[in-house]
Write a protein that binds this ligand. Structure first.
Ligand code: RFL
Length: 407
């Protein structure tokens, strides 16, 4: 690493500059650092923010395998919970799928994303990895050539610059990597026309399964996080402000949609966090632009209905690390050339399944963008037939399990 002053801008160097300290950036940082590659992670937020941001919780079996391979899974084996059942609640009763015994017989590990990020960060720092918090990438320049630079600003607004051989854009959907893509880059987008109120409740899980309720008022979801914390989702009207619903209204809606009177009460508790999520998906194509490479949400945003985002982020980080090590340590660029294509195969499968889940869980009769009434009714009848097929067909259940846990 070198550091020099150009006029008033401090310029530093690293072979790989990684933007963003989420699951993608920190997995990549750990793998590159362990392989002896000179790298740095630049993170806009401060350390406390990164370590406490609650998002994902369901880790796929492949994610655990990747983290195991690189000695990064100790925390999740200690504190994560294996999980293999989901329960669908409909107007016509409920049914359970023990997906851990179906398809490839793989389980999820329930482990809050902030704990995973904390583990990855701790491991990286203890191994001597470099990270700059409070450092926001503004733009990536000269990515078409072999010497890209990243313009940054620190928390006090002071400018800086990093010079690299490769820049890994792991800074999410609204990050600098996406903003720096050349004109003409494809961005495939889909707005599913559905919104969720995403909630974190200070309450123990109320069922020993992921709960998906398809109610005439709209979808409701229940997902365990820890022994004391549960994530809930409530379908809401597009444009609803996150604080529009009182806690009483939230619990009344959850009780009604989850069928508490019939299936058993929900354990109520304080709502610790709430946000409104518009279900949208997008994919950037290709994921490589010269020396700028995208991974995680920066590469593709799968709507959170199928719990794929963090899992894709870890998978892509491993593929990218292997490709960069081949290139930088062995002068072999073949894996880097194939990086985008390999990731996109996984991304589109995840997108397809997330889309399928959204169609399964939401009635088009409640979706104002779903089209004319007759068309919505037709789609609603197909949705019900799909639920019925999932309830009764072992083949359909195997397919579901393979895609639900697979990545
Ligand atoms: P992250 O986690 O957003 O991290 C990006 C980091 O980049 C920083 N950053 C910048 N740093 C420097 N300069 C800039 N200009 C920057 N701009 C941004 C940010 O501060 C941040 O630290 O992206 P990454 O690493 O790609 O990881 C993606 C996952 O976080 C995301 O896909 C998942 O959370 C999606 N997701 C789920 N995925 C699963 O696999 N399983 C789940 O159960 C699951 N549940 C969820 C979810 C996402 C949700 N939300 C937020 C919609 C539940 C929810 C509610």
């Amino acid at each position: 690493m070198t550091e020099r002053q150009t006029n008033r801008t401090v310029e530093e160097t690293a072979d790989v500059v990684i933007l963003g300290a989420g699951p993608a950036g920190l997995t990549l940082g750990n793998l590159l650092h362990a392989a002896g590659i000179d790298c740095v992670v630049l993170e806009r937020a401060d350390r406390a923010h990164v370590q406490t941001r609650a998002r994902a919780g369901f880790l796929a079996a492949n994610t655990v395998r990747v983290l195991d391979r690189h000695g990064l899974a100790a925390g999740l084996h200690r504190r994560g919970q294996p999980h293999g059942t989901c329960e669908f609640r409909t107007e016509n009763g409920s049914f359970r799928l023990d997906y851990g015994a179906l398809g490839r017989r793989e389980l999820h590990t329930v482990y809050p994303q902030q704990d995973l990020v904390d583990d990855l960060l701790t491991h990286y720092l203890e191994a001597g990895g470099r990270i700059a918090f409070g450092t926001e990438a503004q733009s990536v320049r000269d990515a078409a050539g072999p010497n890209p630079t990243v313009d940054v600003r620190d928390a006090e607004g002071r400018p800086g610059r990093w010079r690299a051989r490769y820049v890994a854009g792991c800074d999410g959907r609204h990050g600098a990597a996406r903003r720096s893509l050349p004109a003409g880059t494809l961005r495939h987008q889909r707005d599913h026309g559905v919104s969720w109120l995403g909630l974190i409740a200070e309450a123990p899980p109320s069922l020993d399964a992921v709960g998906y309720a398809m109610h005439p008022d709209g979808f409701a979801g229940h997902m365990a996080r820890t022994a004391d914390i549960t994530r809930y989702y409530l379908q809401c009207e597009r444009g609803t402000p996150a604080d529009a619903w009182s806690e009483d209204r939230i619990w009344a809606a959850l009780d009604r949609r989850m069928g508490a009177a019939e299936h058993g009460p929900l354990r109520h508790g304080r709502i610790l966090q709430r946000s409104v999520i518009d279900l949208e998906s997008d994919v950037v194509e290709p994921l490589r632009h010269g020396s700028l490479l995208l991974a995680g949400d920066a590469a593709s945003l799968p709507a959170p209905a199928a719990a794929k985002g963090a899992n894709l982020a870890v998978l892509e980080a491993e593929l990218l690390a292997e490709a960069l090590v081949d290139e930088l340590s062995h002068d072999d660029s073949r894996a880097l050339d194939r990086y985008s294509e390999r990731c996109l195969q996984h991304i589109w499968r995840a997108q397809e399944f997330a889309h399928w889940m959204i169609q399964l869980l939401h009635s088009p009769l409640l979706n104002p963008t779903a089209g004319p009434a007759e068309e919505s009714f037709f789609h609603e009848s197909m949705r019900r037939a799909r639920v019925e097929s999932l309830r009764t067909s072992r083949t359909h259940q195997d397919w579901f399990a393979e895609n639900y846990v697979g990545i």
